[in-house]
Design a protein around this ligand. Structure first.
Ligand SMILES: Cc1cc2nc3c(=O)[nH]c(=O)nc-3n(C[C@H](O)[C@H](O)[C@H](O)COP(=O)(O)OP(=O)(O)OC[C@H]3O[C@@H](n4cnc5c(N)ncnc54)[C@H](O)[C@@H]3O)c2cc1C
Length: 335
């Protein structure tokens, strides 16, 4: 995986904005077509919503894979594109689109400048920011986390999870077998999580504290203690914890993409059947697109980004065929 020097303008055939599943598959497709490709994402890790929200969940509706763990799907997408050496610009938020001699130029807030033959926007639901847990923010990175990046990081820890949705309960179910203890704290006595998952978590021995909130956190340097208050009567309880997972949901924001002059509907990018937007040489694919009958699924994003890249290829090189040929037509050894 190559990295771009932050200030050097770079030239690629295709710049993909968004390293979610659609963007990562787009990188493969661009490489397969012999196009130089860069993938930019504001997050420090590739994988979009999968990496941020459900890396350990099994996904059951990817064609040809009866069940695949989120993290493994992302790793496989990276491996599929790797032979074509895409440039990965992680931690870069695409903020500005201009044109230079008819070609799109995208600038990131962190200083990268990419001049491309075409841009494919696979920005999903935008940049997501976790809803904060103000009573614990002093311990962010020292016990408080908003994502479980690796289950193993919590091995043999006392873990407190805050939230009542699917993520909170999924983490509780996944961590129960390897953590020393897991306590789930929720403000209400009803859960948004799937009832079957709630039962699984109860059966796994997770203590569930309802109508309760984290009112204070303590620790010398790292987190040591979480104070939980039972809201109806104000009774307080101290729980030993080295790890506090705030699973309170996310806000998502398309932010700067909204100012690019793209034609939008309900904050999504309108595309045609070729995935072209209203802007020259700018295509879109994945969750961010809108058209009649749109279905927001990973499988749909894969198809859309293949269409986007193949159409972009014919704009970059008017001699190029729209149909890329079959991957099976190549040599037995890939690239
Ligand atoms: C809990 C959960 C479970 C799910 N389960 C399934 C399932 O079982 N099957 C299924 O098909 N779908 C599932 N989905 C939906 C699926 O994750 C999305 O459809 C998919 O991630 C969309 O992929 P994408 O690449 O279009 O966008 P995303 O995955 O949203 O990726 C977009 C990327 O673009 C980046 N980005 C945005 N704006 C910028 C910018 N200006 N500059 C740089 N980077 C930017 C973001 O940081 C992000 O990484 C689930 C979603 C959730 C939340």
């Amino acid at each position: 995986m190559s990295t771009l020097a932050e200030t050097s303008p770079t030239e690629v055939d295709i710049l993909i904005v968004g390293a979610g599943p659609a963007g990562l598959y787009g990188a493969y497709y661009a490489g397969f077509r012999g196009l130089r490709v860069a993938v930019m994402d504001v997050l420090p890790q590739p994988g979009g919503q999968i990496t941020a929200m459900y890396p350990e969940k099994p996904i059951f509706d990817i064609a040809g894979l009866p069940s695949v763990r989120g993290r493994d799907l992302v790793d496989n997408l990276l491996a599929q594109a790797a032979p074509y050496e895409p440039i990965h610009l992680l931690g870069h938020q695409a903020v500005e689109l201009t044109y230079d001699d008819g070609l799109p130029v995208v600038r990131s807030a962190q200083g990268a400048i990419v001049r491309a033959g075409a841009v494919v926007v696979t920005g999903g639901i935008g940049t997501f920011t976790p809803r904060p847990l103000p009573t614990a923010d002093a311990f962010e990175g020292r016990g408080l986390v908003y994502f479980v990046r690796r289950l193993a990081d919590h091995t043999d820890q006392d873990v407190v999870i805050v939230g009542g949705g699917d993520s909170a309960f999924d983490w509780a179910a996944s961590l129960a077998p390897l953590a020393r203890s897991v306590t789930l704290v929720h403000r209400r006595d009803r859960f948004r999580a799937h009832a079957a998952t709630v039962e699984r978590v109860r059966d796994a021995g997770v203590e569930i504290l309802v109508n309760s909130a984290i009112t204070a956190t303590e620790g010398a340097d790292l987190l040591e203690t979480v104070h939980v208050t039972h809201l109806p009567d104000g009774t307080a309880r101290e729980i030993k914890a080295q790890s506090l997972i705030a699973a309170l949901g996310f806000t998502a924001d398309l932010g700067p993409l909204l100012d690019w002059g793209l034609e939008l509907r309900s904050r999504r990018i309108l595309v045609g059947t070729d995935m072209a937007t209203n802007l020259p040489r700018v295509y879109a694919a994945g969750d961010i697109t809108e058209y009649p009958g749109k279905v927001r699924l990973i499988a749909v994003g894969f198809g859309e980004v293949a269409t986007a890249v193949n159409n972009a290829a014919t704009v970059i090189d008017p001699e190029a065929e729209l149909f890329p040929g079959h991957s099976t037509d190549g040599p037995a050894e890939r690239k």
